[in-house]
Write a protein that binds this ligand. Structure first.
Ligand SMILES: [Zn+2]
Length: 205
Protein backbone atom coordinates (compact mmCIF):
# COMPACT_ATOMS: atom_id res chain seq x y z
CA UNK A 1 0.00 0.00 0.00
CA UNK A 2 1.25 3.45 -0.84
CA UNK A 3 2.50 5.42 2.14
CA UNK A 4 1.09 8.76 3.19
CA UNK A 5 2.94 11.87 4.25
CA UNK A 6 1.90 14.99 6.18
CA UNK A 7 0.73 17.82 3.90
CA UNK A 8 3.58 20.15 4.89
CA UNK A 9 5.71 19.06 1.95
CA UNK A 10 3.01 20.37 -0.42
CA UNK A 11 1.80 23.38 1.59
CA UNK A 12 5.27 24.77 2.34
CA UNK A 13 6.52 24.20 -1.21
CA UNK A 14 3.50 26.13 -2.52
CA UNK A 15 4.27 29.02 -0.15
CA UNK A 16 7.95 29.04 -1.11
CA UNK A 17 7.13 29.04 -4.85
CA UNK A 18 4.57 31.83 -4.53
CA UNK A 19 6.79 34.07 -2.41
CA UNK A 20 10.12 33.49 -4.15
CA UNK A 21 9.10 32.90 -7.78
CA UNK A 22 5.56 34.27 -8.06
CA UNK A 23 2.11 32.87 -8.80
CA UNK A 24 2.67 31.95 -12.50
CA UNK A 25 5.68 29.78 -11.63
CA UNK A 26 3.81 28.18 -8.71
CA UNK A 27 0.97 27.32 -11.11
CA UNK A 28 3.34 25.92 -13.75
CA UNK A 29 5.10 23.63 -11.26
CA UNK A 30 1.85 22.39 -9.67
CA UNK A 31 0.34 21.72 -13.11
CA UNK A 32 3.46 19.79 -14.13
CA UNK A 33 3.02 17.66 -10.98
CA UNK A 34 -0.70 17.11 -11.84
CA UNK A 35 -1.56 18.84 -8.53
CA UNK A 36 -3.21 22.00 -9.87
CA UNK A 37 -6.26 21.26 -7.70
CA UNK A 38 -4.21 22.15 -4.63
CA UNK A 39 -3.62 25.73 -5.85
CA UNK A 40 -7.10 26.76 -4.69
CA UNK A 41 -7.80 23.92 -2.24
CA UNK A 42 -4.62 23.07 -0.33
CA UNK A 43 -4.61 19.62 1.31
CA UNK A 44 -5.79 19.61 4.94
CA UNK A 45 -4.69 16.09 5.90
CA UNK A 46 -2.20 13.38 5.01
CA UNK A 47 -1.49 13.03 1.28
CA UNK A 48 -0.31 10.03 -0.81
CA UNK A 49 3.48 10.03 -0.92
CA UNK A 50 3.30 9.80 -4.72
CA UNK A 51 1.91 13.35 -4.79
CA UNK A 52 4.87 14.66 -2.78
CA UNK A 53 7.24 12.78 -5.07
CA UNK A 54 5.53 14.28 -8.14
CA UNK A 55 5.91 17.78 -6.71
CA UNK A 56 9.58 17.29 -5.77
CA UNK A 57 10.17 16.00 -9.30
CA UNK A 58 8.36 18.96 -10.88
CA UNK A 59 10.35 21.47 -8.79
CA UNK A 60 13.57 19.77 -9.87
CA UNK A 61 12.65 19.48 -13.58
CA UNK A 62 10.73 22.72 -14.19
CA UNK A 63 13.11 25.14 -12.47
CA UNK A 64 16.75 26.02 -12.99
CA UNK A 65 18.89 23.92 -10.61
CA UNK A 66 19.88 26.85 -8.37
CA UNK A 67 16.24 27.97 -8.09
CA UNK A 68 15.04 24.41 -7.43
CA UNK A 69 17.73 24.15 -4.74
CA UNK A 70 16.55 27.41 -3.12
CA UNK A 71 12.88 26.36 -3.21
CA UNK A 72 13.65 22.97 -1.63
CA UNK A 73 15.67 24.65 1.14
CA UNK A 74 12.99 27.27 1.79
CA UNK A 75 10.27 24.57 1.86
CA UNK A 76 12.31 22.68 4.42
CA UNK A 77 12.89 25.80 6.52
CA UNK A 78 9.17 26.55 6.48
CA UNK A 79 8.31 22.96 7.40
CA UNK A 80 10.62 23.20 10.41
CA UNK A 81 9.03 26.52 11.44
CA UNK A 82 5.58 24.87 11.18
CA UNK A 83 6.71 21.97 13.38
CA UNK A 84 8.14 24.42 15.94
CA UNK A 85 4.91 26.44 15.98
CA UNK A 86 2.41 23.56 16.01
CA UNK A 87 3.93 20.15 16.71
CA UNK A 88 6.92 20.37 19.06
CA UNK A 89 5.83 21.33 22.59
CA UNK A 90 7.23 24.70 23.74
CA UNK A 91 8.48 23.18 27.01
CA UNK A 92 10.48 20.54 25.12
CA UNK A 93 11.93 23.30 22.88
CA UNK A 94 13.05 25.30 25.93
CA UNK A 95 14.61 22.19 27.43
CA UNK A 96 16.57 21.43 24.25
CA UNK A 97 17.87 25.01 24.02
CA UNK A 98 19.02 24.93 27.64
CA UNK A 99 20.91 21.61 27.49
CA UNK A 100 24.41 20.96 26.14
CA UNK A 101 24.51 20.16 22.41
CA UNK A 102 25.40 16.48 22.93
CA UNK A 103 22.40 15.96 25.21
CA UNK A 104 19.83 18.00 23.30
CA UNK A 105 20.94 16.43 20.01
CA UNK A 106 20.26 12.94 21.33
CA UNK A 107 16.86 13.99 22.69
CA UNK A 108 15.89 15.57 19.36
CA UNK A 109 16.93 12.45 17.44
CA UNK A 110 14.78 10.32 19.74
CA UNK A 111 11.79 12.65 19.32
CA UNK A 112 12.06 12.74 15.51
CA UNK A 113 12.37 8.93 15.31
CA UNK A 114 8.90 8.62 16.81
CA UNK A 115 7.40 10.67 13.97
CA UNK A 116 9.57 9.54 11.07
CA UNK A 117 6.67 8.12 9.06
CA UNK A 118 5.07 11.59 8.76
CA UNK A 119 8.19 12.66 6.83
CA UNK A 120 9.17 9.64 4.79
CA UNK A 121 6.00 7.56 4.35
CA UNK A 122 6.97 4.07 3.22
CA UNK A 123 10.70 4.92 3.31
CA UNK A 124 12.85 3.82 6.25
CA UNK A 125 14.56 6.63 8.13
CA UNK A 126 17.40 5.82 10.48
CA UNK A 127 18.80 8.59 12.67
CA UNK A 128 21.85 8.59 14.89
CA UNK A 129 23.65 11.17 16.95
CA UNK A 130 27.45 11.24 16.61
CA UNK A 131 28.37 14.86 17.32
CA UNK A 132 25.68 15.73 14.80
CA UNK A 133 22.72 14.02 13.20
CA UNK A 134 23.42 11.28 10.68
CA UNK A 135 20.31 10.40 8.66
CA UNK A 136 19.85 7.60 6.15
CA UNK A 137 16.61 7.17 4.20
CA UNK A 138 16.24 3.79 2.51
CA UNK A 139 13.65 3.61 -0.26
CA UNK A 140 13.06 7.36 -0.01
CA UNK A 141 9.59 7.94 -1.49
CA UNK A 142 10.74 11.18 -3.17
CA UNK A 143 13.77 9.79 -4.91
CA UNK A 144 13.38 6.22 -6.24
CA UNK A 145 16.01 5.49 -8.85
CA UNK A 146 15.32 8.40 -11.15
CA UNK A 147 17.97 10.77 -12.48
CA UNK A 148 17.81 14.22 -10.93
CA UNK A 149 19.98 17.34 -11.23
CA UNK A 150 19.59 18.15 -7.54
CA UNK A 151 18.80 15.80 -4.65
CA UNK A 152 15.02 15.50 -4.49
CA UNK A 153 15.13 14.86 -0.76
CA UNK A 154 16.86 18.21 -0.14
CA UNK A 155 13.65 19.50 1.43
CA UNK A 156 13.82 16.77 4.12
CA UNK A 157 17.46 17.58 4.83
CA UNK A 158 16.72 21.31 5.02
CA UNK A 159 13.91 20.63 7.52
CA UNK A 160 16.35 18.80 9.81
CA UNK A 161 18.99 21.51 9.38
CA UNK A 162 16.61 24.26 10.42
CA UNK A 163 15.26 22.26 13.38
CA UNK A 164 18.84 21.77 14.58
CA UNK A 165 19.59 25.49 14.13
CA UNK A 166 16.57 26.51 16.16
CA UNK A 167 16.86 23.87 18.90
CA UNK A 168 20.44 22.58 19.14
CA UNK A 169 23.01 24.95 17.64
CA UNK A 170 22.42 28.15 15.57
CA UNK A 171 25.44 27.22 13.42
CA UNK A 172 24.29 23.68 12.58
CA UNK A 173 25.16 22.84 8.96
CA UNK A 174 23.84 20.37 6.41
CA UNK A 175 26.71 18.36 4.93
CA UNK A 176 27.43 15.45 2.62
CA UNK A 177 23.96 15.02 1.16
CA UNK A 178 23.82 12.05 -1.18
CA UNK A 179 20.61 11.09 -2.94
CA UNK A 180 19.31 7.96 -4.62
CA UNK A 181 17.83 10.21 -7.34
CA UNK A 182 21.25 11.77 -8.01
CA UNK A 183 23.61 8.81 -8.05
CA UNK A 184 23.61 7.57 -4.43
CA UNK A 185 22.58 4.09 -3.23
CA UNK A 186 20.36 5.50 -0.48
CA UNK A 187 19.57 9.07 0.50
CA UNK A 188 21.77 10.20 3.38
CA UNK A 189 22.97 13.40 4.99
CA UNK A 190 24.59 14.83 8.09
CA UNK A 191 23.72 17.86 10.16
CA UNK A 192 26.93 18.91 11.90
CA UNK A 193 26.32 20.55 15.28
CA UNK A 194 28.53 21.96 18.01
CA UNK A 195 32.25 21.40 17.48
CA UNK A 196 31.62 19.37 14.30
CA UNK A 197 29.92 22.43 12.72
CA UNK A 198 32.83 24.71 13.60
CA UNK A 199 35.93 22.64 12.86
CA UNK A 200 34.74 21.63 9.39
CA UNK A 201 35.11 17.93 10.12
CA UNK A 202 32.37 15.49 9.23
CA UNK A 203 30.08 13.89 11.73
CA UNK A 204 31.69 10.82 13.29
CA UNK A 205 29.97 7.69 12.06
ZN1 LIG B 1 17.08 11.60 -2.08
Amino acid sequence: MEGRIGPNAILRTLEALREQEGEPTAQRVFRAACLARYLDNPPAGMVPEGEVAALAGAVERELEPEIADAIARESGRRTAEYLLAHRIPALFQRLLRALPVAVSGRLLVRAIRGHAWTFVGSGRLSLNWRGGIRAVIEDCPLCGDSEARIPRCLMFAATFEHLCRRLIDPEAKLRDLVCAAAGGKDCAFEIACGRAARDGKGVRV
